[in-house]
Ligand binder design. Structure first.
Ligand code: FPP
Length: 255
């Protein structure tokens, strides 16, 4: 199917798309290959989706590249994933700079191997100027830990006398998350057919539209990405209001 089968309204793009990239292992197993080969193919999907998101004009793309729970995987697989990540950062630096893509990373970054931390810091600094899109990698990331860390930071501010408990509201809390300077995702895509959040962006997805596809991540390329955006554009986002209230609000805005 071509992109023309799903004409996109470029004036109604999601501002922030988040993706749970699942199914690399299954993709490899089905071909009788080691799991790492699935991750290798998954990197090609990362490249394709980043490029397509930028081409469409999406401002923020967050990819769940390594969860807190992923530290429990076999040592060799973790090493391979870290090596793939480093290779991706080296190879894509020029592409990111040429296309005004800034790299950002969220998660317990100090748990990553020092060489990965250094590569991330270097890439973030080198891609920041003039960026039109942010590629946000969730690494050693867990949504509950993120919320706990925000609570701890606020607790410290109260203890230091800089904040009163009653001053804490949702906006202030959100600013203390790793994503403090990013808008909430409008669309969350999950590949390979599982219907769960797996500890990803738990706070930020309160009103996010979910799109789940059976396609395994290594098979998820620009066409599938466009299909997900087209599905998003068919949705009516009500934020708890009735359809009539929404129509009235839209009318008021137009007047
Ligand atoms: C899930 O597949 C995928 C991951 C745990 C890692 C995702 C990593 C990449 C796509 C490559 C490196 C990332 C970047 C940004 C260069 P799975 O192994 O859980 O699949 P399974 O559920 O079928 O076993």
């Amino acid at each position: 199917m071509s992109e023309n089968d799903h004409p996109l309204d470029l004036t109604r793009l999601p501002r922030h798309v988040a993706i749970i990239m699942d199914g690399n292992g299954r993709w490899a197993q089905r071909r009788g290959l080691p799991r790492v080969r699935g991750h290798l193919a998954g990197v090609e999907s990362v490249r394709a989706v980043v490029q397509e998101a930028r081409r469409l004009g999406i401002s923020f793309l967050t990819l769940y590249a390594f969860s807190e729970e992923n530290w429990q995987r076999p040592r060799l697989e973790i090493r391979a994933l870290m090596a793939l990540l480093r290779r991706y950062l080296h190879r894509e630096l020029k592409e990111m700079q040429d296309n005004q893509i800034a790299l950002n990373a969220i998660g317990e970054l100090d748990k990553l191997p020092p060489a990965v931390q250094e590569d991330l810091a270097r890439t973030m600094a080198a891609t920041a100027p003039g960026a039109q899109m942010t590629l946000n990698l969730a690494l050693s990331y867990g949504g509950r830990t993120e919320i706990v860390r925000a609570a701890q930071a606020l607790g410290r501010e109260i203890q230091a006398g800089r904040l009163r408990p009653e001053d804490i509201d949702a906006a202030l809390f959100a600013r203390h998350l790793y994503t403090g300077n990013l808008p909430d995702p409008d669309l969350l895509i999950r590949t390979s057919g599982e219907y769960r959040l797996s500890n990803f962006l738990l706070w930020q997805t309160a009103y996010t539209e979910l799109y789940i596809t059976d396609t395994l991540w290594p098979d998820f390329r620009e066409e599938e990405f466009n299909r997900a955006i087209a599905a998003f554009q068919q949705r009516e986002r009500r934020y708890g209001l009735t359809a009539e209230q929404l129509a009235a609000n839209a009318g008021a805005k137009e007047r």
